[in-house]
Design a protein around this ligand. Structure first.
Ligand SMILES: Nc1nc2c(ncn2[C@@H]2O[C@H](COP(=O)(O)OP(=O)(O)OP(=O)(O)O)[C@@H](O)[C@H]2O)c(=O)[nH]1
Ligand SMILES: [Mg+2]
Length: 320
């Protein structure tokens, strides 16, 4: 989801910086002038590589405060808001200090009159810069981990109207999502679950809706999840404009209606502010007398009516 460059280790970053600097060459009129210019060039090169690389990291990581509530919460749950901020702050600290050390050394070299002094100043600056970068090795490792987590975040558009489909396993959620969404679903792994969620979209009267299929997320009792996982699942509430809760009255899904009803109640209490549309699926097999909307994801019966009802329900929220 988030496009962040690979984060190097301290060792790799220093290798890259020093290797590039070793290629700096200069032919002056005197030996002293050559050595002076070469070493000034080396220090400039080392400092540039470190300053731009770390600067790129700081820029590439999305500012958590500017994210939509959904992503902001996911970042906080999976990575930690404060730790991320602290690590990015360490990058700024390191690049500022590395640039300052290099600049001071360049100034000293420019004024030096002995080759041995020039070497000494450059070596000592290299040492100090290495130590600065090594001091942020932990933060670099943390950012590398954070990058890998964030890249795998499900890609949703927080500005689209969002329909989340919930219900016990096997009731027919994916069949419904496949039927109503026209765009090819984007599939991603949800944080802390190994199962995939898929996000499809459809358009109605020039407005875009996204439909989230939630296998493994909203098909089990939320109270059985560990606190971090629960928070990640609950981040969906920032996204969901409506939850479609699907019952399977045929119980061929393997869950009794009473169990399915219990699941609905736990979702209702956790997603208190999100309207829930209850539907019954598999109407081709069994038509009940309930007043829930009955559909068949298999034959398509009632599906258009469901879409119209959802679109109607979301009308007041549409920002045109
Ligand atoms: N007869 C009938 N079968 C259906 C209908 N909808 C889904 N099914 C069948 O029910 C089974 C489960 O459908 P899925 O869409 O995979 O159900 P799901 O809720 O996404 O299941 P999980 O992702 O495992 O939670 C499949 O064998 C479908 O063919 C329907 O309307 N009528
Ligand atoms: Mg499914």
């Amino acid at each position: 989801m988030f496009d962040i460059p690979t984060v190097l280790t301290a060792e790799e970053l220093l290798d890259r910086a020093f290797k590039k600097a070793s290629k700096v060459d200069y032919h002056g009129r005197t030996k002293l002038e050559s050595v002076r210019e070469i070493n000034i060039g080396k220090l400039k090169s080392v400092s540039d590589v470190i300053v731009t690389t770390l600067g790129r990291y700081v820029k590439a990581f999305p500012s958590i405060d500017r994210q939509s509530p959904f992503y902001s919460e996911l970042i906080d749950v999976t990575i930690g808001r404060d730790k991320l901020k602290k690590s990015l702050g360490a990058m700024d600290w390191c690049r500022g200090n590395a640039a300052r050390v290099a600049k001071e050394a360049r100034r000293e070299i420019a004024a030096a009159t002995a080759i041995s002094r020039i070497d000494q100043v450059r070596k000592s600056a290299y040492g100090r810069i290495s130590s600065l970068v090594k001091q942020v090795d932990k933060e670099l490792a943390f950012l590398a981990k954070a990058r890998n987590i964030m890249r795998k975040f499900p890609a949703v558009n927080p500005d689209d109207m969002t329909i989340v489909v919930a219900g016990a396993p096997n009731v027919g959620k994916s069949a419904l999502v496949a039927r109503i969404s026209t765009a090819k679903p984007r599939v991603a792994v949800y944080p802390f679950t190994t199962q995939e969620i898929s996000v499809g979209t459809f358009e109605k009267k020039y407005l875009r809706y996204q439909v989230i299929d939630t296998p493994g997320l909203l098909d089990r009792e939320l109270s059985k999840r560990n606190p971090m996982e629960l928070r990640a699942v609950l981040a969906l509430r920032h996204l969901a404009d409506v939850i479609v809760f699907m019952f399977d009255p045929t119980e061929t899904c393997g869950y009794m209606m009473s169990q399915q009803g219990h699941l609905l109640e736990t979702i209702r209490s956790e997603f208190a502010k999100v309207p829930i549309v209850e539907i019954e699926n598999k109407s081709d097999l069994l038509k009940t007398r309930s007043d829930r909307l009955r559909i068949s994801a298999e034959t398509g019966a009632g599906v258009q009516k469901l879409v119209d009802r959802i679109v109607d329900l979301l009308k007041p929220q549409q920002r045109l």
